[in-house]
Ligand binder design. Structure first.
Ligand code: TYC
Length: 100
């Protein structure tokens, strides 16, 4: 059988927009323990202990810090996972996302 030609619409390169990226941001509070925040950064954002410590301390001193840059779906999932995990452990840790 001859190979079938599929006439998919060809998009001009200039018209193909890169997918939007979203920053996942961790917020400071007075109650969540530093150890818990470091664990969250290691488990959900694949940070090394050193990276996790640095980000946690930035949040602690400056009020917020970026944990990573993701597509919309992944960023939403990370925010929901972090908030659910913190709630389960009795921590008021807050996390949100912003278009980059
Ligand atoms: N400020 C918290 C404390 O002193 C530690 C903390 C860091 C909490 C980062 C939240 O996202 C956070 N225990």
């Amino acid at each position: 059988m001859a190979t079938q030609q599929i006439n998919a619409p060809v998009l001009e390169r200039s018209k193909v927009k890169p997918p939007k990226q979203y920053k996942v941001i961790l917020l400071n509070d007075d109650y969540t323990t530093m150890e818990f925040v470091v664990e969250v950064l290691q488990v959900y954002f694949a940070k090394t202990t050193e990276q996790a410590m640095q980000i946690m301390l930035k949040v602690h001193h400056e009020g917020a810090a970026v944990c990573g840059l993701y597509s919309k779906d992944i960023a939403e999932t990370k925010v929901n996972q972090v908030v659910a995990y913190a709630t389960q452990h009795g921590h008021p840790l807050k996390c949100h996302m912003e278009e980059n």
